[in-house]
Design a protein around this ligand. Structure first.
Ligand SMILES: Nc1ncnc2c1ncn2[C@@H]1O[C@H](COP(=O)(O)OP(=O)(O)OP(=O)(O)O)[C@@H](O)[C@H]1O
Ligand SMILES: [Mg+2]
Length: 248
């Protein structure tokens, strides 16, 4: 569905990404994991057509993405970042905004916004302004704002990293369910292996601007993957007592 080939991305004389090939199939959910500065966010932005690589090609549903069709393809995607970046208006208007931009009628907007407020359990917050929402509530609004667009691909860059553990688990469970139920193709950036099983089995490990491993989360957690970035990232979990039975 979405594929990049021979991607090189340089910024300020520094090579940030070098990827021969990376792709995601329709309905698939892939987690991108890697150390700080590995290039996860940059790859996500390249895939989401928010950052233009220095060289290389991007294909969406088999068609090459060019200057002429970038905007049309972008409209079929949505991105969730760690910070909600909500507007200073009601929760309802924040969720409705993207649909207003797309020129939908009021009745359609109302139906879709109400549906997603309900799905994310934030109907009671509809008249509130985002300024006084908790971190978890803000990220629920952020997710509603993306899902309401019915994107064909949803990108999430460490969406729950700033949240407390119980809220994070709660949102991961709900996001996992929503992605499965809507069949949405998704790319999820995290630096925490324990978040991945809620959403997918499929992991791509990024290190030094390249994809150094692609495979199953169980193989990684069971210690069967020897690439240095994976061993490095697993280090802290090995020290954590409750993971002892799981990781060799
Ligand atoms: N516009 C830019 N100019 C110069 N360097 C950049 C630019 N954008 C990103 N970088 C560098 O590229 C590297 C990859 O950055 P990126 O944000 O993709 O990493 P990341 O894997 O998401 O890291 P983190 O886990 O900290 O979020 C980093 O070393 C970063 O400093
Ligand atoms: Mg990042």
């Amino acid at each position: 569905m979405l594929e990049v080939k021979d991607i090189v991305l340089n910024r300020a004389d520094k090579n940030i990404l070098r990827i021969d090939r990376f792709g995601i199939k329709e309905g698939e959910r892939v987690a991108l994991i890697g150390p700080n500065g590995a290039g996860k966010s940059t790859l996500l932005k390249v895939l989401a057509l928010l950052e233009k690589p220095t060289a290389g090609s991007i294909f969406f549903r088999g068609r090459r993405v060019t200057g002429a069709n970038t905007l049309a393809v972008r409209r079929r995607m949505a991105v969730v970042f760690q910070e909600p970046l909500l507007l200073n208006t009601t929760v309802y208007n924040n969720v409705a905004q993207g649909l207003k931009f797309r020129g939908l009628g009021r009745a359609d907007i109302d139906r879709r916004v109400n549906h997603w407020l309900d799905k994310l359990g934030i109907t009671s917050l509809r008249h509130r302004t985002p300024l006084y929402l908790s971190g978890g509530e803000g990220q629920r609004v952020n997710l509603a704002r993306s899902f309401v667009l019915e994107p064909e691909v949803l990108f999430l860059d460490e969406p729950f990293s700033a949240l407390d553990f119980p809220t994070r688990v709660d949102l991961l469970e709900q996001l996992g369910e929503l992605l499965v139920n809507t069949g949405t193709t998704a790319v999820f950036v995290t630096h925490d292996f324990t978040e991945i099983p809620y959403l997918t089995d499929h992991v791509a490990v990024i290190d030094g601007g390249s994809v150094v491993y692609e495979g199953g989360i169980k193989d990684i957690l069971r210690g069967g993957v020897t690439v240095p970035a994976v061993r490095h990232l697993l280090g802290p979990y090995k020290k954590s007592a409750w993971m002892q039975d799981y990781i060799k």
